[in-house]
Write a protein that binds this ligand. Structure first.
Ligand code: HAM
Length: 421
């Protein structure tokens, strides 16, 4: 019997983790600059949280969740996204009354039963932010500029920001009616999912990817032209602030995004390097979500993006090089005495923060030197019986090839590595 990994779920191997750390580092650093604090929440939640939060009619809830009963028969789901969990935690903490304004970020695995392809996995990893407690358009502009700034930090270019407003819940209701009127006469030409969506939530038709539905979708009315005065003003202020920041955007009147909690601003950031099909990140406002979960009216917004897609761009397109993390020192050994001495020296050096390795397979000196090169060791020391007895040895600086005789006492080795003397 052989054990396969689950389809659409991947190992991130040691040669790749450098790219991941680079992407995660950019997220953490951007969050520090914009003052967003990290939150970590469980990978499993009660199914009801996502079903209510994201909407039963969404593809995610209807088709893509990993849902299973626990031992007491309660329905649990592997988190398909982070927003619902953040809002749950917000309410659990009583922040709605104690500290209603919160700026939070998260990083972690999410799960969706989607058709795997490049940049689309069943276990994927999101970076996301959520800002709760203000309706101010400056927060919309900040969230969007956070996303852009993170991409800048990673050297990811060719960005396209797609922007729209779908208005408040009343606007959305009006917009739904408009969409029903538009789509009803064409239903016999549209897919079975869209025939269902027309009753459940016609907004979802706008996300349909089926070929047969595209012409009718492209002719559908846009939401931004049908906003109430407050929502129209809000949208215009958001655009004004983005202009002030010099961030280019394209208004996409039919951009609604695939989750039901959105209100007002919605946006997506694409990169030419990823191809037109894939979104680097997406988000928007969800001013009614806290109330959906039983809290007081509390506005919120955020975005999330996929690390897998970032890493593809970093590896294949971005003008960045991965700096190989090397060892400070490799200890090659000759004979049993040399091995014993090196083993103890390595342990002492690690305790004071020097990265050091030895060969654990008792191989020839030639093979040990090859290993030192593979590990990108900065320095090499060969320790044999003589070196162990005299407690002195020749340390080699691998880049220059220069060799210096030093004492093998721990302080002397550390001093040499830190100061080169
Ligand atoms: P979403 O559009 O469903 O939004 O996902 C956000 C991003 O996660 C996508 O743009 C994509 O980069 C990545 N992503 C989604 N599914 C996959 C997948 N199967 N494989 C790889 N990457 C994927 C949300 O999740 C919202 N919670 C975003 C948000 C936060 N809205 C407000 N706050």
């Amino acid at each position: 019997m052989s054990y396969e990994r689950i389809r659409g779920m991947y190992d991130v191997l040691p040669d790749e983790t450098g790219w991941w750390k680079m992407a995660e580092g950019a997220m953490i650093e951007t969050a520090r600059c914009y003052n967003y604090r990290e939150i970590r929440f469980p990978i499993v939640e009660y199914t009801e949280l996502f079903a209510r939060g994201m909407g039963e009619a969404t593809d995610i809830v209807g088709k893509e969740m990993y849902t299973f009963p626990d031992r007491k028969g309660r329905s649990l789901t592997l988190r398909p996204e982070g927003t619902a969990s953040v809002v749950r935690a917000y309410l659990n903490q009583g922040w709605q009354t104690q500290a209603p304004f919160q700026k939070l970020f998260y990083i972690g695995p999410m799960f969706r039963y989607e058709k795997p392809q490049k940049g689309r996995c069943r276990q994927f990893h999101q970076f996301g932010i959520e800002a709760l407690g203000s309706l101010d358009p400056s927060l919309d502009a900040e969230v969007i500029s956070f996303a852009w700034s993170m991409m800048d930090r990673l050297g990811i270019g060719g960005l396209r920001l797609r922007l729209n407003s779908i208005g408040c819940s009343e606007d959305r209701e009006k917009f739904r009616d408009l969409l029903r009127q538009h789509f009803s006469p064409s239903l016999d030409r549209m897919c079975t999912d869209c025939n269902r969506r027309i009753d459940e939530n016609p907004l979802r038709i706008l996300d349909c990817k089926e070929k047969q539905c595209q012409a009718t979708i492209e002719a559908a009315p846009g939401s931004a032209a049908h906003l109430c005065e407050d929502c129209a003003d809000h949208f215009s202020e958001v655009r004004g602030l983005l202009d002030l920041l010099g961030l280019d955007y394209e208004i996409e009147p039919r951009l609604v995004r695939g989750i039901d909690y959105y209100t007002r601003t919605v946006f997506e950031l694409m990169s030419v390097d990823l191809g037109s099909q894939d979104t680097l990140l997406g988000g928007g406002r969800y001013d009614g979500l806290v109330e959906t979960f039983g809290g007081p009216p509390t506005p919120g917004l955020g975005f999330a993006g996929g690390f897998e897609r970032l890493v593809i761009i970093l590896q294949e397109h971005a003008d960045v090089k991965l700096v190989e993390e090397g060892l400070d020192l490799f200890l090659a050994t000759l004979g049993a005495e040399g091995r014993r001495y090196a083993f103890v020296l390595a342990e002492s050096l690690r305790k004071v923060g020097v990265s050091v390795d030895i060969d654990h397979r008792n191989r020839s000196l030639r093979k040990q030197l090859t290993l030192a090169n593979q590990l990108h060791a900065g320095h090499l020391l060969v320790i044999g019986e003589d070196e162990a007895a005299s407690k002195t040895g020749k340390i080699k600086q691998m880049d220059s090839g220069e060799e210096v005789e030093i004492s093998l006492e721990i302080d002397a080795v550390v001093n040499f590595l830190r100061e080169g003397a």
